[in-house]
Ligand binder design. Structure first.
Ligand code: OKS
Ligand code: ZN
Length: 343
């Protein structure tokens, strides 16, 4: 299958990240995408093509205009107030506080974010735009008849909601792709999120809708980021009731349990009969991922691809998380080659 890749992801390169109570070198770093790209070239998975420019219209179909305006200007406002290091929020409008958009950049960062672990840098907006274009270009390949395509997105997207960023995500690439497919005439689209973390942003965007199904396998939010969404009793609301399906699993989960959940999830996708499937492809379920707690092995990733292929649907794979830098390439490409073997 074809891969879509842009070097512009390198524009987003935070030096430090607030993690475990201290500033450490950023976990979500440019090498991630470069290692996956190198593995694609090494294995001959298929051609690697640059993204096309889709403009801001498809972003505005998913994200609030005020949020996009904030992202575009955040760095300029941050540096105008005298800083030249990464921008981080510090205070949130929780219970009893006023959820209003402040004038000052420090207030805006908080208003439009969900955590303090996601730095904004000089090139974040440009990189996030490129990442969305990568997703849309891969999605267009599938719209045009390809069985599958891979968008090597960086930064990732599934934690970003209509009007907030977090979890290293700024624009929700999977949601933008799913909405674009709808706008191009697909009646139903499934988003299958196999990243270790719950895709809270994607879920929130489609929670009250029946036209995009959201199915996610992830670390139980009682013990894992993002903590405040991804519980099994979240099933959608209103017209969307029944179209959100969550599979939270405990630390230490191995493929016997995880693969059974994937099988069940694929049954729900098949029952929905989508015109296309968007896979939020995180490989942070790997046993040696530095920030995660599942125990999937390198061969397990082949099985993931094979199972998804058996859905028999046009499929867009979009890169989300995965941080064990030596193995991220092998595991990601294993999903894609497993898919191709079975497709
Ligand atoms: C703050 C965020 C910690 C967890 C981020 C999870 C990113 C990820 N440092 N999402 O899928 O992989
Ligand atoms: Zn993740």
């Amino acid at each position: 299958m074809k891969t879509v890749y842009s070097e512009d992801h390198r524009l987003h390169a935070a030096r430090m990240e607030l993690i475990e109570g201290t500033l450490k070198p950023a976990v979500e770093k440019p090498e991630r995408a470069e290692i996956v790209l190198a593995r694609i070239r090494e294995t001959g998975l298929g051609p690697v093509e640059p993204p096309r420019e889709f403009g801001t219209e498809p972003l505005g179909r998913v994200h609030d205009a005020r949020y996009l305006a904030f992202l575009e200007r955040a760095w300029e406002m941050w540096t105008a107030s005298g800083r030249d290091y990464e921008a981080l929020p510090l205070v949130w409008a929780i219970r009893g506080l006023r959820a209003v958009e402040p004038e000052a950049i420090d207030g805006k960062l908080s208003y439009f974010s969900m955590d303090a672990g996601t730095p904004i840098t000089a090139g974040t907006w440009a990189a996030a735009r490129a990442s969305a274009n990568v997703a849309l270009t891969a999605t267009a390949m599938v719209r045009d008849g390809a069985r599958a395509a891979f968008g090597l997105c960086r930064p990732p997207g599934h934690h970003a909601a209509a009007d907030y960023y977090g979890g290293y995500c700024f624009l929700n690439n999977a949601a933008i792709a799913a909405q674009w497919l709808r706008d191009q005439g697909a009646a139903r689209v499934s988003v299958l999120d196999v990243d270790y973390h719950h895709g809270n942003g994607t879920q929130a965007i489609f929670y009250e809708r029946a036209d995009v199904q959201f199915v996610s396998l992830h670390g139980d939010p009682r013990t894992e980021y993002p903590f405040f969404l991804g519980y099994a009793d979240e099933t959608g609301a209103g017209a969307g009731e029944g179209y959100t399906i969550n599979y939270p699993m405990p630390f230490g989960t191995t493929y016997d349990v995880w693969g059974a959940a994937l099988d069940d999830a694929c049954g729900k996708v098949a029952g929905y009969a989508p015109d296309a499937v968007v896979v939020s492809l995180g490989v942070d379920t790997f046993e040696r991922d530095p920030i995660s707690h599942f125990k999937l092995t390198t061969p397990d990733f082949l099985q993931i691809g094979r199972r998804i292929a058996r859905l028999g649907r046009p499929t867009v794979f979009l890169m989300e998380g995965g941080y064990a830098v030596e193995e991220i390439g092998i595991n990601t490409v294993n999903v894609l080659t497993g898919f191709e073997e079975e497709a």
